[in-house]
Design a protein around this ligand. Structure first.
Ligand SMILES: [Zn+2]
Length: 407
């Protein structure tokens, strides 16, 4: 550990109580996506006190539709060093679920805030630290809008975190896409009395059912790692009327961005078939996908190695893990070399908390999870210093990233 690294870690220790309070406050606020006004204000105020220059509220861009996205609870906080140098980005999340902080995003805030305090201490001379407040991860996400808005252009290395079953450093989300949330996949037909004039009706419900049948048959002939899930969210008004409107909320996931594009086309064909069979019209538009990370294994392995200096057993980090869920983090990690520190929030030997479950929301403001998030923040800071602070190492990471990047 060199003196500069020590400075960073000491700064985090010195501020531990303050960081702890941030995690607790955000847990108490438990604000759901796009409504995180108190949480983001708290973080912006704290970062300003640390000397960051804060842009409060960001205007993002939709990556697919020509549309500006106003995000009052997003922010960008910049701390510029005396000299130019590498830019390290830190990603914060703070949105809750309807049942509270059952995904522990308050701990993402404390981990990132800790990392910001540590990096600030050590980066003041050369390079800058940029902290991103990224709202609504549990809803439509915001990171792809922030990225597309140009706010992340200068970042050389991105640091993220999330609680997990154990320590980890890979970014392993699945790519995901859905029809835009406004109308999902909606079939329009023609209503008629279901008994006296059924021949005049064209059933939107039939179209939805035929679509789901097509999806079930498709399941047999797609990659086993792909996922298709759906619910019928709207359908008709009465059993004695042919439904003229029915809506299917459907989501597609894959382990590879190109595979997602191919799966979308196959689902398009199923929808077309349902239209033809029922003489209804499908109204939908695929939203911008969340992509998969561009893998940077060297970065993941080095981060695990650094963990040993913080007393974390390096062998707990495993690699080549198959992605399970998805995050808007994938969009960023697709374009910028990114490491995501996962950290356990229950004592060794205890079963990992179930994501989004009520009982998880009960523990995410406890002392142990918050202390673990601060330890994760230390690892983020150390990774930032050792990778971005070393032009040769950063060069290797960037080269590997470019080699693995696929349009
Ligand atoms: Zn989460």
């Amino acid at each position: 550990m060199n003196p500069n690294e020590k400075l960073a870690l000491e700064a985090i220790d010195r501020n531990a109580e303050k960081i702890h309070k941030v995690a607790q406050k955000i847990w108490e606020f438990k604000e759901v996506g796009w409504e995180e006004f108190q949480s983001s204000t708290l973080l912006m105020n704290e970062l300003e006190k640390e000397g960051f220059v804060v842009e409060r509220g960001l205007t993002g861009r939709h990556p697919k539709f020509d549309q500006e996205i106003d995000m009052p609870t997003a922010f960008k906080a910049v701390l510029k060093g005396k000299e130019d140098g590498p830019t390290v980005g830190i990603m914060l999340e703070y949105d809750a679920l309807p049942n509270g902080h059952a995904c522990g995003h308050n701990l993402i805030s404390s981990a990132g805030f800790a990392a910001a305090i540590g990096l600030k201490e050590a980066f003041l001379d050369k390079g800058s630290v940029v902290v991103y407040g990224t709202p609504a991860e549990e809803l439509e996400g915001s990171k792809h809008y922030i990225l597309e808005g140009g706010y992340m252009d200068e970042v050389d290395l991105m640091l993220a975190s999330h609680y997990g079953a154990d320590w980890g450093s890979e970014v392993t989300g699945k790519a995901i896409v859905w029809p835009t949330h406004d109308n999902w996949l909606t079939f329009k037909g023609r209503s008629a009395h279901a008994s006296s004039s059924p021949e005049k009706g064209r059933s939107a419900l039939d179209a939805v059912i035929l679509t789901t049948m097509g999806l079930e048959f498709l399941r047999e002939h797609m990659l086993g790692t792909n996922r298709i899930h759906y619910i019928i969210s709207k359908v008709g008004t009465a059993a004695n009327s042919v439904p003229d409107l029915a809506t299917l909320n459907v989501e597609l996931r894959t382990n590879d961005s190109a595979e997602l594009n191919s799966l979308m086309r196959r689902v398009d064909n199923i929808i077309k078939g349902a239209e033809l069979m029922t003489e209804t019209t499908a109204v939908y538009k695929w939203d911008a996908p969340w992509y998969c990370a561009t893998p940077v294994p060297t970065l993941y392995h080095q981060t695990a190695h650094f963990a040993a200096d913080l007393g974390i057993d390096e062998s707990r980090f495993t690699f080549g893990n198959l992605p399970k869920a998805s995050s808007d983090l994938g969009c960023v990690a697709y374009k910028i070399p990114t490491v995501e520190i996962t950290f356990p929030i229950v004592a060794d030997g205890e079963p990992a908390p179930v994501g989004h479950a009520d009982e998880t929301a009960l523990i995410t403001a406890d002392d142990y999870p918050i202390a673990q998030s601060i330890l994760a923040g230390k690892l983020m800071a150390l990774t930032g210093l050792r990778i971005a602070g070393d032009p040769q190492k950063l060069g290797v990471i960037k080269e590997e990233f470019a080699k693995n990047y696929r349009e």
